[in-house]
Ligand binder design. Structure first.
Ligand SMILES: NC(=O)c1ccc[n+]([C@@H]2O[C@H](COP(=O)([O-])OP(=O)(O)OC[C@H]3O[C@@H](n4cnc5c(N)ncnc54)[C@H](OP(=O)(O)O)[C@@H]3O)[C@@H](O)[C@H]2O)c1
Length: 321
């Protein structure tokens, strides 16, 4: 495939060097440069800047109630083939995620688990304490990925950079002592990343941000790529609002797929790591059944440029929490 695309590209005069070819070459080059295998199935991985492999799709758990609802959803996700679970201390369901992992009888080392530092736990000592609590709740010795959840919590403005630097120092120590395999951030815009990297000894490996059709975050993602930071796509279905989007539904019909599958496939072909959430077994299965088709570039472009009924995203510098 790669050779074929390169061959076609060479044959085309530059004036008709189509967006199709450009996009695909960029896509495959990115994968090759990272040393990743081409995304083939739910077990395919991206490689983070420190060499850690991360499964290319993760199961989101925001707004799943702690207790049986989370246990059932996470077990269903693991049965469907997900090996990557995304939680956070603020979701209140870390204990249930841990219980589901134990009940699944899958070796915990085969499951990539992310959790996040909440806004009220910033600071060096506080971060170490919050991490330990999350780790105990999850019942895991090692956390795969630990993220700063928000860059600029309301209570820490206007000193956010200082607080992030202190929290990050603790995260670097957790990483260096082997308690966490990778560290990163979430909801960071370019200026938050630049501020953090001024004092960081280790640069973030991941930035988890809202990404979905109509919200490709091109400027921020380019900034992340320059720093070799993988962009994880949270709310990849626009928190469910894109399921009924007319344009996405039309594309879905063409591929005989559902709207959610189109959004997720778009995410993967753009080089993002989507984190869909669902409590519905049928949807949980459907959302990993996205490896048997490929969107053509016109559709990728149309989804990237989508304007109609696209949910707005929050400004991290103005969030009321
Ligand atoms: N770092 C952050 O600040 C942050 C913020 C937001 C989200 N996240 C992460 O990203 C994850 C996903 O984002 P999200 O929770 O906003 O929502 P999402 O994954 O964009 O959408 C979830 C919604 O879509 C529905 N759905 C899922 N699959 C479907 C399908 N195949 N067909 C029809 N409907 C479907 C779900 O319904 P049911 O659940 O009823 O089945 C739910 O209502 C979160 O769970 C969390 O892990 C992180």
């Amino acid at each position: 495939m790669i050779l074929l695309v390169a061959f076609i590209a060479k044959q085309l005069p530059s004036c008709i060097h189509s967006v199709f070819v450009e996009k695909y070459i960029t896509y495959y080059k990115q994968r090759l440069m990272r040393g990743d295998s081409i995304i083939m199935d739910v077990d395919s991985t991206y490689t983070l800047s420190n060499g850690v492999k991360i499964p290319c799709i993760g199961f989101g758990t925001w707004q799943i109630a702690s207790g049986q609802a989370t246990v059932d959803a996470v077990k269903e996700a693991l049965r469907a083939g997900y090996r990557h679970i995304d939680t956070a201390s603020i979701y209140g369901n870390e204990e249930s995620v841990g219980r589901a992992i134990r009940q699944s009888c899958i070796n915990p080392q085969e499951i990539f688990v992310t959790t996040k530092l909440w806004n009220s736990d910033h600071g060096y000592e506080e971060t170490l304490k919050a991490f330990e609590l999350s780790r105990r709740k999850l019942g895991l010795d090692i956390i795969d990925l630990y993220l700063i959840h928000w860059p600029n919590p309301k209570a820490l403005r206007p000193d956010y950079a200082k607080h992030n630097a202190q929290s990050w120092r603790a995260m670097e120590e957790l990483y260096e002592s082997g308690q966490v395999r990778a560290i990163g951030v979430s909801n960071f815009l370019s200026h938050h990343l630049d501020a953090l990297c001024k004092t960081a000894r280790i640069e973030p490996m991941v930035n988890q941000i809202p990404i979905h059709p109509g919200c490709a975050q091109e400027t921020l993602v380019t900034h992340c790529q320059k720093r070799d930071i993988l962009a994880e796509a949270y709310s990849p279905l626009g928190t469910g609002k894109l399921i009924t989007n007319n344009k996405i539904q039309a594309i879905a019909q063409k591929y005989h797929k559902g709207s959610a599958q189109i959004c997720l496939r778009w995410s993967l072909q753009m080089g993002f790591l989507p984190l869909p959430k669902s409590i519905t077994p049928k949807y949980i299965q459907e959302n990993v059944n996205i490896f048997d088709f490929e969107l053509d570039t016109d559709d990728i472009d149309a989804l990237s440029a989508l304007k109609e009924d696209v949910p707005a995203v929050m400004d991290p510098d103005r969030v009321p929490f």
